[in-house]
Design a protein around this ligand. Sequence first.
Ligand SMILES: Cc1ncc(C[n+]2csc(CCOP(=O)(O)OP(=O)(O)O)c2C)c(N)n1
Ligand SMILES: [Mg+2]
Length: 631
Amino acid sequence: MRTRHITMAQALVGFLKNQYVERDRAESRFFAGAWGIFGHGIIAGLGQALQQNPDFPYYLCRNEQGAVHIATAFAKARNRKATFVCTSSIGPGATNMITGAATATINRIPVLLLPGDIFARRNVAPVLQQIESEHTQDISVNDAFKPVSRYWDRIYRPDQLICSLPEAMRVLTSSAQTGAVTLALPQDVQAEAYDYPEEMFEKRVWHIARPEPEGTLLTQAAEWIRAARRPLIVAGGGLLYSEASEALAGFAAQTGIPIGETQAGKGSLPFDHPQNLGAVGVTGTPGANTAAREADLVIAIGTRLADFTTASKTAFQNPHVRFININVAEIDAFKHAALPLVCDARVGLERLADVAKGYRITTQYAEFIADWKARWEEETDRIFALRQGPPISQGEVVGAVARAARPGDVVLNAAGSLPGDLHKLWRTSRPGGYHMEYGNSCMGYEIAGGLGAKMADPSRDVYVMVGDASYLMMSSEIITSIQEGYKLNIVVVDNHGFSSIGGLSRAVGSDGFGTNYRYRSTQTGQLDGDNLPIDFVQLAAGLGAHAVRATTREEVEEALEAMRGHDRTSVVVVEVDKEMRVPGYESWWDVPVSEVSEIASIRQARAQYEVAVQKERRHEINVPADCVEPV
Ligand SMILES: Cc1ncc(C[n+]2csc(CCOP(=O)(O)OP(=O)(O)O)c2C)c(N)n1
Ligand SMILES: [Mg+2]
């Protein structure tokens, strides 16, 4: 057997750089390189291996959490066909990655995490940053990655890599299983040499399958479709990862069935497709939410059916509603007691189109769709045209960015009030043009994620829209975007705190308590003094970005126009009116209100809550025998 006498870390890099994926006969390299921040737990092992492999680029980030977001956004924008490795030292560098790991796993996005770990040899323990336990020596902070990883291993001996790496790749490239994969690397083992078999470093191609739906279930699905009078498609992120937009458009054209889009699925069809009713769920449009309420059949494709999509199980009120779930992941396919088509989204749609030939929705339903569609365009125009302030409304800012962006460009966001506004208002023209991390809604994802999305496709301009609080949590990857020469267009929406959670606080009767970025007042002892004097323009400029403030609509438009000409990351800071919100339409979100309280507004909110919660349905057990509505 031919072998290479190299260190565990060198073998690891040697293996990773030769991994490829293939789908639909198109082949590409799976790892685009490694991100990280070196410390003693990684510098001499993996750090050295990266140093001697310049064809596997090393990228230096500013925060390990940011690195994982960069990798996640990159993988999302590449439809999960490529990602990055993220490395860290042992201890705080590793735990910084945990939030990123959770974000990747919740969103079903592949990232490979390689935290350094404490010595396997143990004799010098406790080492710097080691958590000790009286009960075991087999524990480190890296055990905390277990619940947020889809595959986890610790490499105690160099030869374990030979078995562990293929498992890591199997999970990373599995459409159904993917998420964060963690291989914890004890510091001493990284530097140990072993005779690795030469075959380990040969090119290996991982096929990404398009599993077919089962025939019997497909026939049954066709029957359910034929019986449906008010069917609705819910398009989720899996549809985009499967690159199934064309298949969706074909199925929609053939049947006339309308589409509502989840946060991850937005952009499955262009916004102006005649059957695209837009966002569905808590942050949905009135058309999509009315269609959902009345639907007797929901075809849920590539969606986790999370609470924002189901409006906490209140979205689907037709007592006869049934679900056909097309999903490559069994866990999602079986939700809502659905007819489970465990298959690839594109293939599932193509097969469904074959078996449902001849079916078409009624003219009356088609008119309902056209009517809501036209009304929604008017409502969007109304919100974009508001002339408010200054401070101007956030809806106007979204409108200005939407006008500035070209059809191929990308808007990116994750947390705050912007996800709701963008889900409703953004006019997505092409798949990938709407990049929202709303599985974990992780504050801090935006700027790092923007960099990942830009690296995934530098031909598309990326507009990062970010709230002031999220910006303050993690803006440091601006420096990284400048270091690497990837220009981001960043719009900081400043409303001096949390508009989103502030609004929610009011809705649960708590009057915005603890949601403002204000001085502590000497009179009240609360955070209700003046606004804190945060200068976001100086902050961004200090990180090396081009930065301006815009106050009026015209100034925002000018700044966005000027951004186009800038050669480095460019930031515009806009103060908006915190209380001037885009309304919600026909939806609800379950946030339990205190059952007892000394505060009258909370007692009032609780009374309303008790009424609203009664609309929640038990789709898991409500299996209607007959989908035909009584006439
Ligand atoms: C890491 C993290 N911490 C806390 C939250 C809860 N949270 C959701 S939105 C939000 C406020 C965000 O404020 P900002 O970014 O200014 O956006 P705005 O709500 O003002 O639009 C908070 C605290 C979160 N989603 N992520
Ligand atoms: Mg804010």
